[in-house]
Every structure is written in C-alpha cells, then in structure tokens.
Design a protein around this ligand. Structure first.
Ligand code: 4AZ
Length: 292
C-alpha cells in the first residue's frame, strides 16, 4: 500500500504531538507496517543542502510546520518532489499557501535555529504523472539567498554514483516507524542503489506506481529496514558527494522487497537543462549545481 506522505501527515501530526508529550506512546507500535531502522541522527551543518518545507497554516506549528524535505541546489533554488506541492498534499495551489517557507540550518524542528526563508516562486514539473509517479520534482525559488556553500552538486547521466551497489544516504525529518512518529530532529539512513531490473520487478504497474528507470532510481537493503518514509519526500539521496535522488514513493517503509523509489536527478538535470558535475569528476564540495 502506498501512503502518500502529505495525505497521511495531518492526522499523524496529532499522534506525533501526543507521542512527544508521552514518550511511552511511541514505543513498539503494534500496527507498524514498516520500520525505518538503521537511521541515525545528524546535524544539518554536515548536510546544509537538506532543508525542510514548511507551512504552519496547513500542517500546524509543532514541528515548525514541516511537511516535506527539499534540497538546496543553488543560492535561491531548492528542489523538492512534485507531489509535495499537489492539491492533494497542500489542499490549495502552492501560490495560495501564503506561509510556504523553506527552513535551512535547523536540525531540530522544535527549535528556532537557522533560517526560515519565504518561497517566492514555485514550478511543478508539468510532466509529473501521479499514476506512475514519473517526473516527481518541482523547483522552489527563495526570496533570500543561502550561502553558495549550502548547495550540493547534481549527478548527471552516466555518473558512477548511480551504479548498483553504490552506498547512498537519505536525509529527512519523516516518519521513523511507519506509524506516524515523525522525527523532530534530522535523521539519515544508509541504503544501497539497486539495479533497475530489481526495482522493475518490485514495482510493476500497480496502484502504488510503476518503476520507470528513465526517471527513477531505487535504493534499499535486501533485508529491508533502512528506508525513507512519509514526511521525507522531496529530500535528498546522496552518493559520492552528489545528489542522485529525491525521496518520492514506495510501498510502505523499510519492507524487504519494497525498496524506496527516488526521482532520478539526472532526469531533473535533463528536463531543466541544468549544469551538473560531469560523470567521473571528483565531487565538488559545494556550489557546483547552477540553475540556468
Ligand atoms: C511517501 O508516501 C513515501 N519507503 C515516501 C517514501 C517511501 C514511501 C512512501 C519509501 O511519501
């Protein structure tokens, strides 16, 4: 069963708030359909390209209004998932969400650390197909600049970071249990890039979506466990210092045989005509991704 993140978010926020107040409530959820294990806490200073998308109007203020992840690819440019900006997710077109913001440099959503920057423009990939989940990306323009050093390099087509077996790390503030227990502090999980045949077998045309190698990349662990989950959507999957994916979809979270599916960043680069790190080049530490 696919449980699109934002659709599922409003209700679990109440659970998350309750769990935060009474920590015992979050222990051993009996009905969990997948468990993100192997994740570990990280400081956003070590992944400054990881940002939170926020609307307190739509999602409440407890966790700084966070509802999706995003990735800084230029001083005023953030990539996220198209489905994060859908009517279904926001309940309104994105330009009518007045308090839509990007939160940078904040590890813990319960604090006021870092910066909240207004989103001055949104562009949703017109090629996004909510049936297959192909083309699940959108571009946010920020009203103020972030430091160039916050941007991550993009992996273009042919980049060795896409090779099956490559170690990758996914970052987010999403559900850590598959049960609506949203993290308040940033976490990361290490997964491996999987080969397209395996992903196609895991996700033939179904109600959840269809794995399409041209626009998606999938990652996980054979035994399940480590994975992205609801609330992580739009956030980064990084390999060899470059961005290879945006959290997009999957069946449940951390289930063996149901890897996480990510928007393939080389396809984003192609559609947007972005400059990316050439295949085989050393990872630029920062600032290598540039919008036209
Ligand atoms: C979602 O619906 C979602 N386990 C995100 C990631 C995954 C599944 C679902 C991957 O936002």
């Amino acid at each position: 069963m696919r449980r699109p993140l934002v659709r599922a978010l409003a209700r679990p926020l109440i659970l998350a708030a309750a769990a935060a107040a009474i920590p015992l409530l979050s222990a051993a959820p009996a009905a969990s359909d997948g468990v993100v294990v192997g994740g570990f806490p990280v400081d956003v200073a070590h992944s400054p390209w990881t940002v939170a998308l926020s609307s307190r109007d739509r999602f409440g203020g407890t966790r700084s209004g966070q509802f999706c992840g995003g990735v800084v690819v230029g001083p005023t440019t953030v990539l996220t998932a198209a489905h994060c900006l859908s009517l279904d997710a926001l309940g309104a077109p994105p330009d009518q969400v007045r308090d839509l913001k990007v939160i940078a440099e904040r590890t813990d959503l319960y604090t006021d650390q870092g910066r909240e920057i207004r989103v001055s423009g949104t562009w949703v990939n017109p090629g996004y197909d909510s049936a297959s989940n192909a083309g699940d990306f959108a571009v946010l323009t920020l009203a103020e600049s972030l430091p160039r050093t916050a941007a991550i390099a993009l992996a273009a087509e042919g980049d060795p970071a896409y090779a099956p077996g490559t170690e990758a790390v996914v970052y987010g503030w999403g559900d850590t249990t598959g049960f609506g227990a949203y993290a308040h502090s940033l976490r990361a999980a290490q997964v491996h890039v999987l080969d397209d045949e395996r992903c196609e077998r895991a996700y033939p045309a179904s109600a959840d979506g269809t794995y399409l190698a041209s626009s998606m990349v999938c990652a996980g662990e054979p035994q399940g466990g480590r994975d992205a989950c609801q609330g992580d959507s739009g956030g980064p999957l990084v390999a060899q210092g470059r961005l290879i994916g945006l959290v997009s979809w999957g069946s449940g979270c951390g289930r063996a045989g149901s890897p996480g599916v990510y928007t393939r960043v080389s396809d984003v680069v192609r559609v947007l005509g972005l400059r990316a790190t050439p295949p085989g080049a050393l990872a630029a530490p920062s600032g290598a991704a540039t919008m036209p």
